[in-house]
Design a protein around this ligand. Structure first.
Ligand code: SAM
Length: 433
């Protein structure tokens, strides 16, 4: 156990230790720190190997300390082997780095078999400059519901709650080292990304391109090239076990069409969408839904309000509930009118549950199958709600919702899609193992 003294001590670490524990000599970080001469905060290096094991980080972490080592310490963690060798830098506290660094995708490269694929010889899209939007991806062939566009790991991630405790100067110092330590090719991929707001180049790319992953802002450079549409033709989900964004086509796309994802919740009305897009992303949404004549945006807003009311009615599992399968069928129709393709998994889930509550097996199975099919590209196959609908489809009688209307209330728990939205807000980015 060496002291937690100056960075030069890191160069004394034995170089013949197993690769997984070998850190590059940290002179770059030390040099970097000295260069940042306007920085006068408490900076030290974590040189104690025993504190870091068994992480597989490529470099010794560079940390800014609070009063004591532990909760108020935030560091840059870089792994060059991650993601099929393209690497990742993470700005996070020691506790989270331990959870992440010892999770499957960081420990075992088999976890990443499916990540960073497909690497196309002839991609089904081209990157083109689009007036007023920077670049975007344009389909060059016909694509269909369920086609996988790509699956990639992030190259940079920042723990938001910790970042919020730092000054801008401190954060920029950590960001600069994080990007500097990435493999050269990956650094270039990051720096080539679009910056919308100007100012510090790395921070600008982060705010312009990061996806929200439960207390992390993470940059997935491929997904980031997709521009926004409120009713998009592609959708991504994040899979914790592989640390990967999976992006699928959600409706037929013809050659020449721009590939898009939605940056916001599909349930927001016209005004809410305008505020959210402008406030968070800095541009005015010009998608077909937002620019249609007022009578159409008004009709859409009314449908969205009705969807909200019907879901509330369907969520009510009390003895005097008023919901029925008919209400769920009305919900499906509203989702269709709103061009909610994959979110329709929610409406099908409600219908499957309603039929299951009254013991109608064929109809429960029919809608559970529809929900399951869409869930595979909406939430991903391992999501617990996707698995729930699969179970209802295969064995309705064993699902907690089966014949619920004949059971005394309060003795079982049924998860409806709205529980899921709450759950997701509280889920950590990786499961502790
Ligand atoms: C994640 S990036 C998308 C890819 C980016 N256009 C590029 O060149 O790499 C987000 C930025 O793209 C632009 N953008 C995305 N969707 C847009 C849209 N619907 N209308 C105008 N600009 C858009 C905005 O500048 C936004 O800050």
């Amino acid at each position: 156990d060496s002291s937690d003294g100056k960075g030069s001590e890191a160069c004394l670490l034995p170089r013949n230790i197993p690769l997984a524990l070998q850190w590059a000599c940290d002179t770059d970080a030390e040099h970097f720190y000295r260069e940042a001469d306007n920085y006068d905060g408490p900076v030290r290096f974590l040189t104690s190997r025993s504190r870091i094991q068994p992480y597989s980080w490529t470099y010794q972490p560079f940390c800014l300390f609070g009063d004591s080592i532990g909760s108020s310490t935030i560091c840059v963690w870089t792994d060059h082997n991650f993601g099929g060798g393209r690497g990742i830098s993470i700005v996070a506290d020691v506790e989270d780095a331990k959870t992440i660094g010892t999770s499957g995708p960081f420990r075992n490269s088999d976890y990443l078999k499916e990540s960073n694929v497909p690497s196309y010889t002839y991609p089904p899209f081209e990157q083109r400059a689009l007036p007023g939007k920077g670049f975007g991806l344009i389909a060059n062939t016909t694509l269909h519901l369920g086609n996988r566009l790509f699956a990639h790991t992030p190259v940079f991630a920042v723990q938001d709650s910790r970042a919020a405790e730092l000054t801008e100067n401190d954060l920029e110092l950590l960001y600069e080292l994080g990007i500097k330590r990435l493999p050269e090719k990956t650094r270039k991929i990051y720096m080539d990304l679009h910056g919308h707001f100007g100012g510090h180049a790395i921070s600008d790319r982060l705010v312009t391109n990061a996806f929200d992953l439960n207390d992390y802002s993470a940059v997935f450079p491929e997904t980031s090239r997709l521009n926004h549409d409120c009713r998009p033709n592609a959708h991504y989900y994040f899979e914790k076990s592989t640390f990967t964004h999976y992006v699928h086509i959600i409706r037929t796309v013809l050659p020449g069409e721009e590939l898009t994802i939605s940056y916001i919740s599909p349930y927001l009305n016209h005004k809410q969408r305008e505020i959210r897009i402008k406030g968070q992303w800095g541009f005015k949404c010009d998608c077909k839904l937002c620019t249609s004549p007022p009578m159409f945006t008004k009709a859409s807003d009314e449908r969205l309000a009705l969807i909200f009311d019907l879901e509330e009615e369907l969520d009510d599992l009390s003895l005097n509930r008023t919901a029925s399968p008919d209400i769920a069928l009305q919900l499906i129709s509203l989702y269709e009118q709103e061009r909610f393709v994959t979110p329709a998994a929610e409406a099908y889930t409600y219908a499957a549950l309603e039929y299951s509550y009254i013991g109608n097996k064929p109809m429960a199975q029919k809608y559970a199958a529809k929900a399951h099919e869409l869930n595979l590209i909406w939430r991903g196959p391992t999501n617990k709600y996707s698995r729930g609908m699969r179970n209802l489809m295969l064995e309705p009688e064993n699902h907690p919702s089966w014949l619920y209307s004949e059971k005394p209330r309060g003795d079982i728990t049924i998860h409806t899609p709205n529980d899921e939205k709450e759950d997701e807000k509280n889920e950590p980015m990786v499961d502790a193992e």
